[in-house]
Design a protein around this ligand. Structure first.
Ligand SMILES: [Zn+2]
Length: 325
C-alpha cells in the first residue's frame, strides 16, 4: 500500500533513508538498506516509546548493560543491536540458547525488564495461556512484554487443534498431515496445515482474535495493555489498514496473584467450536480427514513413535457393528 505524500522514510532500525515501497503490509515494506519490515519497525518504535518516551531510531538507543532483556527467536534485524545495547539473550526453541516458553523452570523468574515475543505465540501448542503466564513469570514487576501475533477483529480465536496432545507431522505422497493422539488414546488426522516460513517449518496453531488476546493477557497478570495500531509514516510504518496484528505492549502487574498453569484451557469460550469459523478464513483451516489416508498416517505415526497400536479385535468389531446399527 503506497502512501501518497511520502516518497521516502527513515528506517528506525538502521537509521537509513529508504524509498517508500508499494507493499506496506505487516511483513512487507522492506527497508532498502537493512531489509526491516513494518512489523520490526513497529516493534522498535513501541520499545523506544517505552524506554525513552520518544521515537528514537535503534541506532540512537542508549546502551545500558543493567537492562535485562530476552527475545524468542527475534529477527537479527534488531536482535544484533539489542545485544550490543543491553544484557540481552535471544532464545530459540530449536537451537541454543534453548528456551521453550511453554516449559520454563523457575530459575529466571522476576529477572527480565523486557521480553520480546514477535510472532511466536500463534505457534505454541494449546492451551495458549501457558506461554503468556510464563512470560509474566520471567518479567520483573513492571517489566514489559513486547508482543506481536497475527490477530483479527473476529469475535473469537480460531484454534486449529484444541485437543492437541501427542502429535506428529507425517508426510505422504500428497503432503504433510498432522496426526494427534488424544488423551483418550483415540486419533485425529488433519490435512491443509498452515505453515509460517514455508512448508514443514513452523506450524500455525491458531489465528488469535484481539479480544481473546487481551483477555488472556489480563488473566495472566498483565496491566497497561496498549495496542500500537497507528501509522508512523516517517518511519515507514503503514499498518492501520490491516485492522489487526499490531504490536502490543503489556506490563507485569507485580501484585497480581500468579495465574494457575492448568492444562485445561480457561478461555475455551473465546474460541470457535471446531469446524465453525467465519468467512474467508475457512481456506486456512485444517481439515479433519478419515479413511485410508488417515489410517496410513496413523500407522506411520505409530511406527515413528515406536508404539504398537492394538488393532481392534474381531469381538470389538462385532460390538461396534452392533452399536452402530
Ligand atoms: Zn533499515
Amino acid at each position: 500500500m503506497h502512501q501518497p505524500g511520502y516518497e521516502q522514510f527513515t528506517c528506525n532500525l538502521c537509521g537509513s533513508i529508504s524509498s517508500v515501497s508499494q507493499d506496506f503490509y505487516r511483513e512487507g515494506g522492506a527497508c532498502s538498506h537493512c531489509g526491516s519490515n513494518v512489523r520490526f519497525r513497529a516493534l522498535m518504535y513501541a520499545l523506544s516509546d517505552h524506554l525513552y518516551g520518544k521515537p528514537l531510531a535503534l541506532t540512537d538507543f542508549i546502551a545500558n548493560k543493567d537492562f535485562k532483556a530476552m527475545g524468542l527467536s527475534d529477527a537479527k534485524h534488531y536482535a544484533v543491536k539489542l545485544a550490543e545495547l543491553f544484557d540481552y539473550t535471544n532464545f530459540f526453541y530449536h537451537t541454543e540458547p534453548f528456551l521453550d516458553i511453554c516449559n520454563i523452570d523457575n530459575s529466571a523468574n522476576n529477572y527480565y525488564d523486557l521480553l520480546v515475543s514477535s510472532d511466536v505465540y500463534e505457534h505454541v501448542p494449546p492451551p495458549r495461556h501457558i506461554a503468556f503466564i510464563n512470560s509474566w513469570h520471567l518479567l520483573k514487576p513492571d517489566g514489559v512484554l513486547l508482543l506481536t501475533v497475527p490477530y483479527t477483529s473476529l469475535p473469537k480465536t480460531i484454534e486449529h487443534y484444541p485437543t492437541l496432545y501427542q502429535y506428529k507431522i507425517v508426510s505422504d505422497e500428497k503432503g504433510k498431515l498432522l496426526v494427534n493422539r488424544l488423551r483418550d488414546l483415540s486419533f485425529e488426522v488433519y490435512d491443509n496445515l498452515t505453515w509460517h516460513g514455508g512448508e514443514g517449518s513452523t506450524l500455525e496453531m491458531r489465528i488469535f482474535c484481539e479480544s481473546d488476546l487481551l483477555k488472556i493477557l489480563i488473566d495472566a497478570g498483565f496491566k497497561d495493555v496498549k495496542i500500537w495500531n497507528e501509522d508512523i509514516p516517517e518511519f515507514g510504518i503503514f499498518q492501520a489498514h490491516q485492522g489487526g496484528g499490531f504490536v502490543i505492549t503489556a506490563k507485569k502487574n507485580g501484585n497480581a496473584i500468579p495465574a494457575p498453569l492448568t492444562q485445561h484451557d480457561p478461555h475455551l469460550t473465546n474460541i470457535y467450536p471446531q469446524g465453525e469459523t467465519a468467512g474467508h478464513f475457512s481456506k486456512h483451516i485444517p481439515n479433519r480427514i478419515s479413511g485410508k489416508r488417515a489410517e496410513r498416517a496413523i500407522a506411520k505415526w505409530a511406527e515413528e513413535e515406536g508404539i504398537t497400536i492394538n488393532k481392534p479385535s474381531f469381538f470389538s468389531k462385532v460390538l461396534n457393528y452392533l452399536k452402530g446399527r
